[in-house]
Design a protein around this ligand. Structure first.
Ligand SMILES: [Cu+2]
Length: 293
């Protein structure tokens, strides 16, 4: 797991843990959003209620700290909203979501200027029964609730609203001057990865691998690497990667490398993320081909 080391690390880490188990819940994409910004809250529904065949309704309660501006209509579903609540209902069984059909229900609003977690309670109604995703954490860390409310981490300006997973740095042998760093990035509101730095290397650049005739070559990504909203972009051997050059010491398996990632949003607002990356390929990671300079 990638550890964020900024001052909000505890709740960022909790968010990572919570979202690991999120496959079976109604959730917001991890990564958070910037305090005071306009945010598209996309509630992900991945399955029907227990023992049910279809999801027929979704009702989201809007917390203080989220001021509704617009709810996105869904074809075949009615939409009703007021400042406290947004409700979608399938107009017919045919429009309902089947048991394992994935869908997003989106509301746009303005976020509070106060950083901290926001919780959205979501009532999922089904052809049979319902699921009330409305539990709030009691003690904070390490809790696992059966029906957690959807959580949004509202981040102080300057902290990138980007989720980082499965990050690692390739180990090196003595004398090797460069290596790569890899991870999965997703930005709920979209962003560009425009740069990186680490005390472990003189230079850190965002690279891509491209075929040049028969040879795989890499080059810097001009203008930064685009992270479309709510999509995961993978930095991996033989694809996009962070190139670390002018290494200060060999990268030994088991070591940890601090790294700062720099991002920009569509409006040019800059933010950063402080990470600690483990050295060594995780279990099951593609080892990939060699780097050609
Ligand atoms: Cu490279």
């Amino acid at each position: 797991m990638t550890h964020r080391t900024h001052h909000l690390s505890r709740f960022a880490l909790v968010a990572l843990l919570a979202s690991t188990a999120a496959g079976a819940h109604v959730t917001l994409p991890p990564g958070g959003a910037t305090a005071g910004s306009d945010y598209d809250a996309a509630f992900r529904v991945g399955h029907a209620c227990k023992d049910a065949q279809a999801t027929t309704g979704i009702t989201v309660q809007l917390p203080d700290g989220f001021r509704l501006s617009e709810a996105q209509a869904r074809k075949g579903w009615t939409l009703a909203s007021n400042p406290r609540e947004v409700a979608w209902k399938a107009e017919s069984p045919a429009a309902a979501l089947t048991a394992d059909q994935k869908a997003e229900f989106i509301v746009r609003g303005r976020l509070t200027t106060t950083p901290g977690p926001l919780y959205f309670k979501v009532l999922q109604t089904c052809d049979k029964g319902s699921a009330d995703w409305a539990e709030l954490p009691v003690s904070g860390v390490g809790e696992k609730q059966a029906f957690p409310a959807a959580r949004l981490d509202v981040l102080a300006p300057g902290i990138a609203p980007v989720d980082v997973r499965d990050a690692w740095v390739r180990q090196t042998v003595p004398g090797q001057s460069g290596t790569g760093a890899f991870m999965k990035l997703s930005a709920p509101s979209g962003a560009r990865l425009v740069g990186a730095s680490t005390p472990a290397a003189g230079v850190a650049e965002v690279h891509e691998m491209k075929m040049d005739g028969d040879t795989m070559r890499m080059r810097g990504v001009q203008g930064g690497l685009l992270l479309p909203p709510r999509q995961t972009v993978e930095l991996k051997p033989s694809g996009y990667h962070l190139m670390l050059m002018d290494l200060k010491q060999p990268m030994a398996k088991g070591a940890t490398v601090p790294m700062t990632l720099r991002f920009e949003d569509a409006k040019g607002v800059k933010s950063t993320l402080e990470l600690k990356l483990p050295v060594g390929a995780p279990e099951g990671a593609p080892s990939g081909g060699g780097h050609v300079h």
